[in-house]
Design a protein around this ligand. Structure first.
Ligand code: SAH
Length: 283
């Protein structure tokens, strides 16, 4: 599909890309196939798609025989989704709703089959972090998440210990992220300002780290990352109201250097640090 073709196609349906909804449509057939391949979508798979838009990725998921729930916020796409449904009556279900609010867990729980659902989507970039956090935080978690993100975001999420951001830790706690391939801006219409990447996260069946309390863990993390460029001993004392002696004791017992900055810690160190802070507070 060329940009001109899509432009005319949209115009003939009285549509045009809405930037506030992050609408950049995928026009590169190879990239579309690569996404579905990366997600290893096969007949009978349950798939959640966020932001089907004109349904170009949706159609490929359906052609592979998947059972798709597509959640689209923009009601302008209703006629196109209805048209797609004609070809896939039994396997497509779509909802006009905000994917961040919609209770898709209930729907997937109601379907037969042991395997969990897969998320496959070209998500709007302005809410990438929110969408990932929502998908990783739900009680009935997906088996995998294959999405397009900005290339820099995919790099950030797949970083190694020593360069872990708050988002990278949030993801790597629950699964293994892989940057499958980069995607040039020209694969989209309209072309975004940045290059993109296909990011796949395989969620752990048995989480590597057992957290006593997820909320508390992320509370400590957020407090420390609020002082991203500052050394940890300062941030811990200032943002978590701990005394100098408490901070010294904590860092000594976890083997973390007082001069370390938050992005230098491993997930293991964050887990032990947050558990120890909690114990201190309980005293
Ligand atoms: N899947 C299509 C469209 C991707 S553009 C393609 O690849 O070509 C992103 C899509 O997400 C748009 O259709 C946009 O309307 C939709 N969207 C934006 N915010 C959303 C939200 N909160 N919930 C569901 N869909 C959303």
């Amino acid at each position: 599909m060329t940009p001109e073709y899509l432009k005319n196609f949209l115009r003939s349906h009285g549509l045009k890309p809405n930037f506030t909804y992050g609408q950049n449509f995928l026009i590169d057939e190879i990239v579309l196939e690569d996404i579905v391949d990366a997600a290893q979508v096969k007949a009978g798979d349950k798939v959640l798609e966020i932001g089907p838009g004109i349904g170009n990725l949706t159609r490929r998921l359906l052609e592979r025989g998947a059972q798709v729930l597509a959640i689209e916020k923009d009601p302008k796409f209703l006629p196109l989704l209805h048209a797609l449904k004609k070809d896939f009556k039994k396997t497509l279900r779509f909802e006009i709703a905000d994917a961040l609010e919609y209770n898709f867990q209930e729907y997937f729980k109601s379907l037969p089959g042991e395997e969990s659902y897969k998320v496959v989507a070209n998500i709007p970039y302005y809410i990438t972090g929110k969408i990932l956090q929502m998908l990783l935080g739900v009680e009935y978690k997906p088996a995998s998440i294959t999405v397009l993100t900005q290339k820099e975001v995919a790099r950030n999420i797949t970083a190694e210990p020593g360069g872990l951001s708050l988002l990278a830790i949030s993801v790597q706690l629950f699964g293994k992220p892989v940057l499958v391939r980069t995607v040039p801006a020209r694969a989209f219409y309209p072309a975004p300002k940045v290059d993109s990447a296909v990011l796949k996260i395989d969620l752990f069946k048995n989480p590597q780290f057992k957290l006593q309390n997820e909320k508390r863990f992320f509370g400590v993390l957020r407090a420390c990352f609020a002082g991203k460029r500052k050394q940890l001993h300062n941030t811990l004392a200032n943002n978590l109201q701990l005394s100098k002696e408490q901070v010294a004791g904590l860092l000594e017992s976890t083997g973390i250097s007082p001069a370390a900055r938050p992005q230098e810690l491993s997930i293991e160190e964050w887990v032990s640090l947050s558990e120890k802070i909690y114990k201190l507070r309980k005293k």
